[in-house]
Design a protein around this ligand. Structure first.
Ligand SMILES: *Cc1c(COP(=O)(O)O)cnc(C)c1O
Length: 237
């Protein structure tokens, strides 16, 4: 079941990439495992998933204790809003913190990373829509943030993360992804292997067409989430 869903997702990734003359190998698939039990995650990993995304530190910590021994090379991404009192644990667990949405947060991440002698990979979350529920830096605030972060020795900003609003019609997400891609090109085009994380189950094909090189997919792999994992976007337009 999961195996078939993963295969289908890769097939859709490949088709979307090919439409814009890109290759599926350029795209990283992060399986979003919030609300998914560890046995199911292990199954997905056995079927080829190499990177997972979680949105809560406590939940990740419990899963990490179970999964890390069996799958030491599995990459962990923090994709949910990170509270500052959870930063210490987050820096210990996550290979990449994608949801950097304030200077105080990146400072706290840097401090902890220094303590444990790690250079923490991060993405900066950009706010490309007007929705009040969305976090992240506005395009205007981004430059100052990147400047600020570049002075922190134990944090490496690898790229950007963005979320489009939810639409019944995925095509409508395109302008938001386009906006994120423009910012990405402006600030990251001279870096080696920069990351543009955008696209979820409902819109990842559009995101790839607009230049995403990392998609975060939950529902299309694991099915609808039942409890304990609110989707960020409930408002239907
Ligand atoms: C839950 C979540 C996803 C995955 O959403 P699906 O619709 O299940 O694919 C991706 N990104 C973020 C930030 C999320 O919170």
């Amino acid at each position: 079941m999961i195996q078939e869903k993963i295969r289908k997702v890769w097939e859709r990734i490949e088709k979307a990439a090919n439409r814009v003359c890109r290759k599926k190998d350029e795209i990283t698939l992060v399986a979003v495992t919030k609300g998914v039990p560890t046995e199911k995650i292990a199954e997905a990993v056995r079927y080829g998933i190499q990177e997972i995304g979680e949105s809560k530190v406590q939940e990740s910590q419990d899963k990490f204790q179970t999964l890390h021994a069996s799958f030491p090379r599995l990459k962990w991404h923090m994709i949910g809003n990170l509270q500052r009192n959870k930063v210490n644990r987050a820096v210990e667990i996550f290979d990449c913190i994608q949801s950097v949405n304030s200077e105080r947060l990146v400072e706290a991440i840097n401090r902890r990373a220094e303590q444990i002698e790690k250079v923490q990979s991060c993405l900066v979350e950009v706010k490309v829509s007007e929705e009040p529920s969305k976090l992240g830096f506005t395009p205007d605030a981004l430059e100052k943030m990147l400047d600020f972060s570049s002075r922190l020795k134990n944090v490496r900003i690898e790229g950007l993360m963005a979320l489009a609003p939810y639409f019944q019609e995925p095509e409508k997400t395109r302008p938001y992804f386009e906006k994120a891609k423009k910012l990405f090109d402006r600030f990251f085009s001279r870096r080696s292997q920069p990351v543009l994380s955008m696209g979820i189950s409902s819109d990842f094909e559009i995101a790839i067409e607009e230049g995403s090189n990392m998609v975060r997919i939950g529902t299309a792999i694991f099915g609808e989430r039942v409890l304990n994992a609110p989707l960020l976007r409930k408002v239907e337009r």
